[in-house]
Design a protein around this ligand. Sequence first.
Ligand SMILES: [Zn+2]
Length: 326
Amino acid sequence: MNRLRRVLVMLGLLLTGAGAHAAELPRFEVVALGVTGGVGSDNLSGYLLRAQGDTRYLALDAGTLVSGIDKARARGSLKGTTGEILHDGIAAYFISHGHLDHVAGLLIASPEDHGNKPVYGLASTLDVLSRDYFNWEAWPNLSDRGKAPALGWYHLVDETPGTWFPVQGTSMSAQLLPLSHDSVVSSMILLRAGDAYYAYFGDTGPDALAHDKRDLADAWKALAPLVRSHALKGLQIEVSFPNDVPDAKLFGHLTPAWLLRELQALAEASGGADSLRGLTVVVDHIKPSLDPARDPRALIAAQLAAGNVLGVHFVFPSQGDRLVFP
Ligand SMILES: [Zn+2]
Protein backbone atom coordinates (compact mmCIF):
# COMPACT_ATOMS: atom_id res chain seq x y z
CA MET A 1 0.00 0.00 0.00
CA ASN A 2 1.48 3.34 -0.91
CA ARG A 3 1.79 6.16 1.56
CA LEU A 4 -1.05 8.28 0.21
CA ARG A 5 -3.46 5.39 0.21
CA ARG A 6 -2.46 4.48 3.74
CA VAL A 7 -3.15 8.05 4.91
CA LEU A 8 -6.53 8.02 3.14
CA VAL A 9 -7.43 4.71 4.75
CA MET A 10 -6.50 6.04 8.17
CA LEU A 11 -8.61 9.15 7.55
CA GLY A 12 -11.43 6.93 6.42
CA LEU A 13 -11.20 4.88 9.59
CA LEU A 14 -11.30 8.06 11.67
CA LEU A 15 -14.25 9.53 9.78
CA THR A 16 -16.49 6.55 9.29
CA GLY A 17 -15.45 3.96 11.82
CA ALA A 18 -13.57 0.73 11.28
CA GLY A 19 -16.59 -1.23 10.06
CA ALA A 20 -16.81 0.62 6.77
CA HIS A 21 -13.30 -0.42 5.90
CA ALA A 22 -13.38 -4.00 7.06
CA ALA A 23 -11.47 -5.09 3.96
CA GLU A 24 -8.48 -3.06 5.16
CA LEU A 25 -8.36 -4.80 8.55
CA PRO A 26 -6.53 -8.09 9.04
CA ARG A 27 -8.65 -11.23 8.87
CA PHE A 28 -6.88 -12.49 11.98
CA GLU A 29 -4.49 -11.04 14.49
CA VAL A 30 -2.36 -13.05 16.88
CA VAL A 31 -0.62 -11.63 19.95
CA ALA A 32 2.24 -13.76 21.26
CA LEU A 33 2.14 -14.01 25.07
CA GLY A 34 4.83 -16.70 25.16
CA VAL A 35 6.68 -18.38 22.34
CA THR A 36 9.26 -20.87 23.65
CA GLY A 37 9.15 -24.52 24.68
CA GLY A 38 11.08 -23.85 27.94
CA VAL A 39 13.25 -23.57 29.87
CA GLY A 40 12.33 -20.42 31.75
CA SER A 41 8.77 -20.12 33.06
CA ASP A 42 7.85 -16.64 31.78
CA ASN A 43 7.83 -17.21 28.00
CA LEU A 44 5.91 -20.46 27.40
CA SER A 45 3.38 -21.24 24.65
CA GLY A 46 0.45 -18.84 24.78
CA TYR A 47 -1.24 -16.74 22.08
CA LEU A 48 -4.33 -14.55 21.78
CA LEU A 49 -6.15 -14.82 18.47
CA ARG A 50 -8.87 -12.46 17.32
CA ALA A 51 -10.88 -12.35 14.10
CA GLN A 52 -11.70 -9.27 12.08
CA GLY A 53 -14.54 -7.34 13.71
CA ASP A 54 -14.27 -9.09 17.08
CA THR A 55 -13.28 -7.29 20.26
CA ARG A 56 -12.48 -10.42 22.28
CA TYR A 57 -9.75 -13.02 21.88
CA LEU A 58 -9.53 -16.79 22.05
CA ALA A 59 -6.44 -17.86 24.01
CA LEU A 60 -4.48 -20.56 22.19
CA ASP A 61 -2.77 -22.40 25.06
CA ALA A 62 -1.77 -20.51 28.19
CA GLY A 63 1.67 -21.62 29.32
CA THR A 64 2.43 -17.98 30.04
CA LEU A 65 -0.52 -15.64 30.50
CA VAL A 66 -0.33 -12.54 32.71
CA SER A 67 3.38 -11.85 32.30
CA GLY A 68 2.88 -12.25 28.54
CA ILE A 69 -0.02 -9.77 28.61
CA ASP A 70 2.29 -7.32 30.39
CA LYS A 71 4.98 -7.77 27.72
CA ALA A 72 2.43 -7.34 24.91
CA ARG A 73 1.02 -4.18 26.55
CA ALA A 74 4.51 -2.74 26.85
CA ARG A 75 5.04 -3.38 23.12
CA GLY A 76 1.72 -1.76 22.22
CA SER A 77 0.27 -5.06 20.99
CA LEU A 78 -2.61 -5.01 23.50
CA LYS A 79 -4.69 -2.09 24.76
CA GLY A 80 -6.14 -1.73 28.25
CA THR A 81 -5.02 -2.75 31.70
CA THR A 82 -3.76 -6.25 32.38
CA GLY A 83 -6.93 -6.95 34.38
CA GLU A 84 -9.21 -5.72 31.58
CA ILE A 85 -7.43 -7.92 29.06
CA LEU A 86 -7.51 -10.98 31.30
CA HIS A 87 -11.13 -10.54 32.41
CA ASP A 88 -12.81 -9.05 29.36
CA GLY A 89 -10.39 -9.41 26.46
CA ILE A 90 -10.11 -13.18 26.69
CA ALA A 91 -13.46 -14.78 25.87
CA ALA A 92 -12.37 -18.42 25.97
CA TYR A 93 -9.40 -20.76 26.04
CA PHE A 94 -8.22 -23.59 23.83
CA ILE A 95 -5.77 -26.01 25.42
CA SER A 96 -3.95 -28.21 22.90
CA HIS A 97 -2.74 -30.77 25.45
CA GLY A 98 -2.19 -31.04 29.16
CA HIS A 99 1.56 -30.50 29.40
CA LEU A 100 2.42 -27.98 32.09
CA ASP A 101 4.15 -25.59 29.68
CA HIS A 102 0.79 -25.08 27.94
CA VAL A 103 -1.42 -24.58 31.01
CA ALA A 104 0.72 -23.08 33.80
CA GLY A 105 -0.23 -19.47 33.00
CA LEU A 106 -3.93 -20.29 33.07
CA LEU A 107 -3.63 -22.05 36.44
CA ILE A 108 -1.54 -19.36 38.09
CA ALA A 109 -3.80 -16.54 36.84
CA SER A 110 -7.04 -18.40 37.50
CA PRO A 111 -7.85 -16.90 40.95
CA GLU A 112 -7.93 -13.48 39.23
CA ASP A 113 -9.89 -14.64 36.17
CA HIS A 114 -13.64 -15.01 36.22
CA GLY A 115 -16.69 -15.17 34.03
CA ASN A 116 -17.50 -18.88 33.57
CA LYS A 117 -15.23 -19.00 30.55
CA PRO A 118 -15.21 -22.03 28.29
CA VAL A 119 -12.01 -24.06 28.05
CA TYR A 120 -12.12 -26.05 24.80
CA GLY A 121 -10.10 -29.20 24.25
CA LEU A 122 -10.20 -32.88 23.43
CA ALA A 123 -11.77 -34.95 26.21
CA SER A 124 -8.39 -36.55 26.96
CA THR A 125 -6.79 -33.11 27.47
CA LEU A 126 -9.55 -31.81 29.73
CA ASP A 127 -9.37 -35.03 31.75
CA VAL A 128 -5.75 -34.15 32.53
CA LEU A 129 -6.76 -30.63 33.57
CA SER A 130 -9.47 -31.98 35.83
CA ARG A 131 -7.60 -34.95 37.28
CA ASP A 132 -4.07 -33.58 37.61
CA TYR A 133 -4.47 -29.83 38.20
CA PHE A 134 -8.00 -28.79 39.24
CA ASN A 135 -8.09 -31.42 42.01
CA TRP A 136 -7.75 -29.37 45.24
CA GLU A 137 -4.22 -30.77 45.64
CA ALA A 138 -2.21 -29.40 42.71
CA TRP A 139 -4.61 -26.43 42.55
CA PRO A 140 -8.12 -25.46 43.77
CA ASN A 141 -10.84 -26.89 41.57
CA LEU A 142 -11.98 -23.80 39.70
CA SER A 143 -13.42 -25.96 36.92
CA ASP A 144 -16.96 -27.28 36.68
CA ARG A 145 -16.16 -30.97 37.04
CA GLY A 146 -14.05 -33.31 39.12
CA LYS A 147 -13.31 -33.25 42.82
CA ALA A 148 -15.97 -31.46 44.91
CA PRO A 149 -16.54 -28.68 45.42
CA ALA A 150 -16.21 -27.79 41.74
CA LEU A 151 -16.32 -23.98 41.79
CA GLY A 152 -17.26 -23.67 38.12
CA TRP A 153 -15.22 -20.61 37.14
CA TYR A 154 -14.17 -22.47 33.99
CA HIS A 155 -16.50 -24.53 31.86
CA LEU A 156 -14.51 -27.48 30.47
CA VAL A 157 -15.94 -28.27 27.05
CA ASP A 158 -15.00 -31.60 25.44
CA GLU A 159 -14.97 -31.26 21.68
CA THR A 160 -15.40 -34.10 19.21
CA PRO A 161 -12.60 -34.14 16.63
CA GLY A 162 -13.64 -32.86 13.21
CA THR A 163 -16.88 -31.22 14.40
CA TRP A 164 -17.43 -27.47 14.10
CA PHE A 165 -18.42 -25.58 17.26
CA PRO A 166 -18.97 -21.87 17.96
CA VAL A 167 -16.25 -20.10 19.96
CA GLN A 168 -18.26 -18.35 22.66
CA GLY A 169 -17.89 -14.57 22.80
CA THR A 170 -16.43 -14.36 19.30
CA SER A 171 -17.67 -14.57 15.71
CA MET A 172 -15.48 -17.63 15.09
CA SER A 173 -16.21 -21.30 14.84
CA ALA A 174 -13.62 -24.00 15.26
CA GLN A 175 -12.86 -27.68 15.05
CA LEU A 176 -10.15 -29.82 16.65
CA LEU A 177 -8.08 -32.62 15.19
CA PRO A 178 -5.85 -34.96 17.25
CA LEU A 179 -2.05 -34.92 16.96
CA SER A 180 0.61 -37.42 18.07
CA HIS A 181 2.92 -36.00 20.72
CA ASP A 182 5.06 -38.69 22.32
CA SER A 183 2.81 -40.48 24.84
CA VAL A 184 0.20 -37.72 24.77
CA VAL A 185 -2.66 -36.90 22.41
CA SER A 186 -2.18 -33.26 21.43
CA SER A 187 -4.47 -31.32 19.11
CA MET A 188 -4.77 -28.75 16.36
CA ILE A 189 -7.52 -26.12 16.28
CA LEU A 190 -8.79 -24.82 12.96
CA LEU A 191 -10.47 -21.43 13.33
CA ARG A 192 -12.98 -20.12 10.85
CA ALA A 193 -14.14 -16.49 10.58
CA GLY A 194 -16.35 -15.94 7.55
CA ASP A 195 -14.43 -17.43 4.64
CA ALA A 196 -11.01 -17.13 6.34
CA TYR A 197 -9.22 -19.85 8.32
CA TYR A 198 -6.27 -20.12 10.73
CA ALA A 199 -4.69 -23.39 11.89
CA TYR A 200 -2.92 -23.58 15.26
CA PHE A 201 -1.08 -26.80 16.02
CA GLY A 202 -0.23 -27.90 19.54
CA ASP A 203 2.98 -29.84 20.06
CA THR A 204 3.38 -32.60 17.52
CA GLY A 205 5.93 -35.04 16.17
CA PRO A 206 6.17 -36.18 12.54
CA ASP A 207 3.92 -39.02 11.40
CA ALA A 208 6.96 -41.11 10.48
CA LEU A 209 8.04 -41.27 14.14
CA ALA A 210 4.56 -41.82 15.54
CA HIS A 211 4.17 -45.58 15.15
CA ASP A 212 2.29 -45.48 11.86
CA LYS A 213 -0.20 -42.88 13.07
CA ARG A 214 -1.38 -40.54 10.32
CA ASP A 215 -2.55 -37.57 12.37
CA LEU A 216 -0.58 -34.96 10.42
CA ALA A 217 -1.55 -36.59 7.13
CA ASP A 218 -5.19 -36.25 8.20
CA ALA A 219 -4.61 -32.61 9.18
CA TRP A 220 -3.05 -31.90 5.78
CA LYS A 221 -6.03 -33.56 4.10
CA ALA A 222 -8.36 -31.26 6.04
CA LEU A 223 -6.33 -28.14 5.21
CA ALA A 224 -5.64 -28.92 1.54
CA PRO A 225 -8.88 -27.49 0.12
CA LEU A 226 -8.36 -24.31 2.19
CA VAL A 227 -4.81 -23.98 0.83
CA ARG A 228 -6.06 -24.45 -2.72
CA SER A 229 -8.68 -21.71 -2.33
CA HIS A 230 -6.28 -19.38 -0.44
CA ALA A 231 -8.73 -19.37 2.47
CA LEU A 232 -6.03 -20.51 4.92
CA LYS A 233 -4.50 -17.24 6.14
CA GLY A 234 -1.91 -18.73 8.47
CA LEU A 235 -0.59 -21.98 9.85
CA GLN A 236 1.16 -22.06 13.23
CA ILE A 237 3.23 -25.06 14.20
CA GLU A 238 6.13 -26.03 16.39
CA VAL A 239 9.79 -26.63 15.62
CA SER A 240 11.25 -27.52 19.00
CA PHE A 241 14.78 -28.57 18.05
CA PRO A 242 17.42 -27.92 15.35
CA ASN A 243 18.32 -30.69 12.91
CA ASP A 244 21.24 -32.09 14.91
CA VAL A 245 18.93 -33.48 17.60
CA PRO A 246 18.48 -37.17 16.75
CA ASP A 247 15.02 -38.64 16.14
CA ALA A 248 15.27 -40.74 19.31
CA LYS A 249 15.57 -37.52 21.35
CA LEU A 250 12.67 -35.60 19.79
CA PHE A 251 9.96 -37.01 22.11
CA GLY A 252 7.11 -36.04 19.83
CA HIS A 253 8.49 -32.78 18.47
CA LEU A 254 9.58 -31.46 15.07
CA THR A 255 12.91 -30.29 13.64
CA PRO A 256 13.24 -28.06 10.53
CA ALA A 257 13.88 -31.15 8.38
CA TRP A 258 10.76 -32.87 9.69
CA LEU A 259 8.57 -29.76 9.31
CA LEU A 260 9.79 -29.24 5.74
CA ARG A 261 8.96 -32.88 4.99
CA GLU A 262 5.50 -32.51 6.49
CA LEU A 263 4.88 -29.25 4.57
CA GLN A 264 5.88 -31.14 1.43
CA ALA A 265 3.09 -33.58 2.27
CA LEU A 266 0.66 -30.65 2.66
CA ALA A 267 1.81 -29.27 -0.70
CA GLU A 268 1.24 -32.63 -2.39
CA ALA A 269 -2.22 -32.89 -0.84
CA SER A 270 -2.97 -29.34 -2.00
CA GLY A 271 -2.12 -29.80 -5.66
CA GLY A 272 1.64 -29.64 -6.00
CA ALA A 273 4.93 -27.92 -5.21
CA ASP A 274 3.70 -24.38 -5.85
CA SER A 275 0.54 -24.60 -3.77
CA LEU A 276 2.10 -23.30 -0.53
CA ARG A 277 3.98 -20.40 -2.12
CA GLY A 278 3.51 -17.32 0.08
CA LEU A 279 1.62 -19.14 2.86
CA THR A 280 2.54 -17.71 6.27
CA VAL A 281 3.87 -20.44 8.59
CA VAL A 282 4.36 -19.24 12.16
CA VAL A 283 7.09 -21.26 13.88
CA ASP A 284 6.80 -21.62 17.65
CA HIS A 285 7.84 -23.69 20.69
CA ILE A 286 11.59 -23.42 20.01
CA LYS A 287 13.40 -24.86 23.03
CA PRO A 288 16.16 -22.51 24.19
CA SER A 289 19.55 -23.87 25.15
CA LEU A 290 21.39 -23.11 28.38
CA ASP A 291 24.64 -23.39 26.41
CA PRO A 292 25.60 -19.77 25.62
CA ALA A 293 27.41 -20.93 22.48
CA ARG A 294 24.24 -22.44 21.01
CA ASP A 295 21.35 -20.41 19.53
CA PRO A 296 18.55 -22.83 18.59
CA ARG A 297 16.35 -20.04 17.19
CA ALA A 298 19.06 -18.89 14.76
CA LEU A 299 19.86 -22.49 13.80
CA ILE A 300 16.21 -23.34 13.18
CA ALA A 301 15.61 -20.16 11.15
CA ALA A 302 18.68 -20.86 8.99
CA GLN A 303 17.79 -24.52 8.48
CA LEU A 304 14.20 -23.71 7.49
CA ALA A 305 15.39 -20.97 5.10
CA ALA A 306 17.93 -23.30 3.51
CA GLY A 307 15.30 -25.95 2.80
CA ASN A 308 12.42 -23.66 1.84
CA VAL A 309 11.89 -24.88 -1.72
CA LEU A 310 8.12 -24.54 -1.26
CA GLY A 311 8.41 -20.76 -0.87
CA VAL A 312 6.41 -20.47 2.35
CA HIS A 313 6.79 -17.36 4.49
CA PHE A 314 8.28 -18.44 7.82
CA VAL A 315 7.64 -16.12 10.78
CA PHE A 316 9.39 -16.40 14.16
CA PRO A 317 7.39 -14.39 16.69
CA SER A 318 8.96 -12.90 19.80
CA GLN A 319 7.11 -12.53 23.08
CA GLY A 320 4.77 -9.52 22.91
CA ASP A 321 4.61 -9.41 19.11
CA ARG A 322 1.35 -8.75 17.27
CA LEU A 323 1.06 -10.65 13.98
CA VAL A 324 -1.55 -9.74 11.40
CA PHE A 325 -2.95 -11.97 8.66
CA PRO A 326 -4.53 -9.99 5.81
ZN1 LIG B 1 4.00 -30.92 25.03
